[in-house]
Design a protein around this ligand. Sequence first.
Ligand code: LLP
Length: 420
Amino acid sequence: MQYFENEHIKYKNNQLYVDDININELAKEFGTPLYIYSKNHFINQYQEFENAFKSINHKIFYAMKANFNLSVVNTFVKLGSGVDANSEGELYRALKTGVDPSKVILTSVGKTKNEIKLGLEKNVLMIKAESEEEIELINKIACEMNKVARVAVRVNPDVDAKTHPYISTGLSSNKFGVDSKTALSIYKRRKDFSNIEFTGIDMHIGSQITLIEPFVEAVQKLSDLYFEIEKDGLKLAHFDVGGGIGVSYNSEQSFSINEFAEKTIPLFKKLDCEIIFEPGRFLTANGGILVTEVLYNKKNGDKNFVIVDSAMNDMLRPSIYQAYHHIQPTTKFGNRNDIVADVVGPICESGDYFARDREITQSNSGDLLALTSAGAYGMVMSFNYNGRRRPPEILVDGNKYDEVRSRETFDHLIYDEKIV
Ligand code: LLP
């Protein structure tokens, strides 16, 4: 049985803590399933990133899709971060935190008219465009609104990020961005777009990237393009390399942020513009846990099942990416054996599982388990299937904590419906 621990999530006297807060106590107060985050982990990750790039002109735009709880976004905004918003809903959430719209980037492979309009109305720093048709539309809408849209073209550099196929985005077979040739021709045609000012160039080659080489290769390709555009007489203000930096869920080794800086800073220094980063997972993943209670143990033939009160609707990653998350008791009992079991939720789908054939400590009904590395792409991907209410979220700050989102009520489940 392997245990996950870091500076902010660790055992003290065999009880799991997030900073100074005992998880068993929190679960008693708020029930399970329950998301718990360490604010100090988020802050440390942000500062580590900032420090690594302090020698260059850069800015972090937190990719809020990783964890868009208002208090989490606000944590980064208060540190000076910008925000990368992927829809009008995320833009709405971001602005609720009071972030200055000039620190917001609007992303998405398919923005609607309303999203483009909202971005222009709010005056976001820039809109990232992902097709020629979209650029035509942005120009038309900006013209109607009598505004000038600041736009960056998202380039698909055709580099294999060597990550899970569902979260690889930088290959020409992926739906994202436009190829370098198309991008160059768009920038060259800039006079055709009366109400667009091209202020940046952008890429994002995938997520949970653990190898540094694809990143460096993509930055190199994008900077070649940057110089061709410069040669054509256009000086871009922003060079956006997206997010994607991997974290350790299990034993995988990802490159460190300092290594990333060391390999890319020499390339960035050649560019005379601001470098933009959009990290999501790096900032939040390992600062969160999902706590669940063991309901039952059973055996079907030789196979052990641990049935818990949380399910794929609360945390989807294992079901759709076969993602690994440690699952560990919130109390370490010295006298328990390890067993090999599937840890499954109550939903009527065989894909509703957190682990398969996993060696875990034998647990009894009523015991609590923590699923670790749940701070990114956890709660944001939750849903109400099987009529399940979504869990609360607790933000721990040292020896204090706040319920930053409460458990959904039954009324939440039906508030927008009517019976006819
Ligand atoms: N920028 C853009 C344009 C993105 O599409 C993403 C993530 C990011 C930044 C942040 O990437 P990060 O630093 O978090 O890797 N649900 C999947 C991950 C999907 C990522 C989508 N885009 C998962 O649970 O692994």
